[in-house]
Design a protein around this ligand. Structure first.
Ligand SMILES: Nc1ncnc2c1ncn2[C@@H]1O[C@H](COP(=O)(O)OP(=O)(O)OP(=O)(O)O)[C@@H](O)[C@H]1O
Ligand SMILES: [Mg+2]
Length: 287
């Protein structure tokens, strides 16, 4: 043996728990069953702050269920979710939003009869927390906050290049632009973690290219992004780190290159599902 000493177990444990290395989000032995259906089983996943993280896997693998658990729409059957070291157990969706997690939905959810600006302002209101009195009386405080909200909404819409359509009704937008509007609205809560559920489903290739550049810019502004996506070109082009879910279990995690060449992943997913099938807009209606 050489004279060099291996670090003691205690030193290693200290390094692992150093604050700089604490993950932003941690799923710990997470399971969710629906009756006898074991949709998620013992999912362990730690997502560091910063960067763009991807979750892929076949239809029905349990991907959207992961987001529903993180955002408090569902409670786990077993296991824990921690955000910035705090447990999310028992917290309501609006409390989780306030802690700094925002999402978009696989099935777009917008106020269809409202304008783009109004849709994003609604997202901002969740954060501003007006008192009813201010709202009804139109007090100076309310008016100045409302002005600031409009400015912020305009800015967020410019991040997805929709600021030339501020007064258009949401339901007049193309499918791709509706997805972008939902993204701008999610950003309105000023999240630390942004969850995107199939952001390019139903988009044409030009729209996908545009969104790719916009997501990169949003990431560069300091938001941590966690996306579910079937479009391999999009997800492999954006994510440094990808996990693969199959029948409710994580079967692989790593760089795009490692995922692409993983025999288990090819067998379970990549080998039998091409991008074209996954691009079918009808697919988005499934969850
Ligand atoms: N609330 C629920 N009640 C009962 N079963 C559910 C519920 N939510 C999801 N499931 C079932 O859990 C499984 C996983 O669904 P989930 O939506 O998480 O899959 P997914 O990986 O997002 O699939 P896709 O790629 O098609 O969107 C499916 O079999 C689905 O029917
Ligand atoms: Mg889904």
């Amino acid at each position: 043996m050489s004279g060099m000493q291996a670090p003691s177990t205690a030193t290693l444990a200290q390094a692992a728990s150093a604050p700089s290395e604490a993950p932003l989000l941690r799923l710990d032995a997470l399971s969710r069953h629906f009756g006898g259906l074991k949709v998620l089983q013992d999912v362990n996943l730690a997502i560091p702050r910063g960067g763009i993280f991807g979750l892929i896997g076949p239809n029905g693998a349990g991907k959207t269920t992961v987001f529903n658990l993180i955002t408090g729409l569902l409670q786990p059957t077993d296991g824990r979710i921690e955000f910035e070291g705090r447990s999310l157990a028992g917290r309501a969706p609006h409390q989780i939003t306030r802690m700094g997690i925002a999402r978009t939905f696989q099935n777009i959810r917008l106020f269809k009869e409202m304008s783009l600006l109004e849709n994003v302002i609604v997202g901002l209101h969740a954060k501003l927390g007006y008192r009813a009195h201010d709202l009804i009386a139109g007090t100076p405080r309310f008016r100045s906050e409302e002005r600031a909200a409009r400015e912020r909404a305009r800015e967020l819409l410019s991040w997805v290049r929709l600021d030339h359509k501020l007064s258009d009704r949401a339901d007049n937008l193309s499918y791709g632009d509706q997805r972008k509007l939902e993204l701008a609205r999610a950003l309105a809560s000023d999240p630390k973690l942004l969850l995107l559920d199939e952001p390019v489903a139903g988009m044409n290739s030009g729209e996908k290219e545009e969104l790719m550049a916009e997501v990169r810019q949003i990431s560069a502004r300091g938001y941590t992004i966690f996306m579910i996506e079937h479009d391999m070109r999009f997800v492999m082009g954006l994510c440094q780190d990808i996990a693969v879910l199959n029948f409710g279990r994580i079967i692989a995690r790593g760089s795009p290159e490692a995922i692409r060449s993983d025999p288990q992943v090819i067998e379970a997913y990549l080998g039998r599902e091409d991008d074209d099938a996954a691009d079918d807009p009808a697919h988005g209606a499934s969850a």
